[in-house]
Ligand binder design. Structure first.
Ligand code: GLU
Length: 313
């Protein structure tokens, strides 16, 4: 049965080879979408300075080799700058933005100050109330400002938003005056992701739970822009035995590393399925049946702790 109502997506940054944690999240996002008979889109989040062109193709190749598929051509955020500029222009005209001249260091110092006004990690609102003359002076100093959202009623009291996560339940988090556009003019992740999900008709977001803290900001921004926020399901990351997020230095974690150990794509898929408490498949085509039986409620809520073998010389 095809449900034309669900559209999921996978939105990696082409900044490196996908590792087991990314591959696992991609597989789960695919299962969520396909189990609902829905569409599954690929979007490259390539506004980051660390993008390397070779990873567009290698990421597509690796996921295809695991038996995953997607609908239509992969989109690239770098092709969609006009959409983000329009959204920023809209907020700007409505007086919902302001220029911020703070350096990272200044923000860290203000946040660390004793009796600081802001909860941990929130922008303390330093530039929100710059007097006109001060603003003019900063503008001529030559450091191009970032653009921030004017979120709550007062910079020192960030707004709060509650999201209902499909896996984790209700999650409340702050909505501070987060960056919409960086000083170099690049749209920020939180802005681009909201604009794209809505423009692409995405209504189901499945991603790593490291992005849960950003979700209240994104839901808040969608509302300000008059857009429907998608549903969210955050899945636990893969951790090393020391409790760190799995990384390349931990051993054989990329698709190519695993092949060099003598594993097949089927072995890799079955490792990922077993990590999620799902039955192995006999062939990659069997994933279609896994999708039909997939029930998100059975997924583990705990991180997958995994010690990869050493990379073969
Ligand atoms: N581009 C983000 C990443 O690679 C994912 C963003 C998202 O899924 O919203 O971590």
């Amino acid at each position: 049965m095809t449900d034309t109502g669900t559209t999921g997506r996978w939105a990696p940054s082409p900044t490196g080879d996908l590792h087991l944690g990314n591959l696992r999240t991609a597989l789960l996002a695919w299962l969520f979408a396909r189990s609902a008979g829905g569409r599954f889109l690929w979007r490259f989040e390539d506004l980051d300075g660390a993008v390397r062109p070779k990873f567009y193709d290698s990421q597509l190749r690796d996921l295809a080799a695991l038996g995953l598929d997607w609908d239509g051509e992969p989109a690239r955020q770098s092709d969609r700058l006009d959409l983000y500029r329009d959204a920023i222009g809209d907020l700007r005209r409505r007086g919902l933005t302001y220029e911020c001249f703070c350096t990272r260091k200044e923000i860290a110092e203000a946040a660390a100050a004793p009796h600081g006004p802001s909860p941990e990690g929130a922008y303390p609102g330093t530039c929100r109330h710059l007097a006109h003359a001060e603003l003019e002076r900063r503008r001529t100093e030559g450091r191009p400002p970032a653009l921030r959202l004017r979120s709550g009623t007062d910079g020192s009291v960030p707004a709060e938003e509650t999201v209902i996560d499909r896996q984790l339940g209700a999650h409340s988090g702050i909505v501070d005056d987060f960056v919409l556009q960086r000083g170099d003019g690049t749209p920020a992740y939180n802005l681009a992701v909201v604009v794209d999900d809505a423009a692409q008709g995405v209504n189901q977001v499945v991603r790593g739970d490291d992005l849960l803290p950003s979700t209240p900001r994104q839901v808040h921004l969608a509302r300000l822009l008059g857009l429907d926020a998608p549903s969210h399901a955050h899945v636990p990351l893969v951790l090393s035995p020391e409790g760190r997020r799995l990384a390349k230095r931990d051993g054989a974690v990329t698709f190519a590393d695993r092949l060099s150990l003598g594993e097949t794509p089927l072995d890799i898929v079955n490792l990922l399925l077993s990590s999620a408490g799902l039955d192995p498949v006999a062939t990659l085509d069997g994933l279609a049946e896994t999708a039909q039986r997939f029930d998100p409620a059975t997924l583990p809520r705990q991180p997958w702790v995994y010690e990869p073998p050493a990379i073969q010389p």
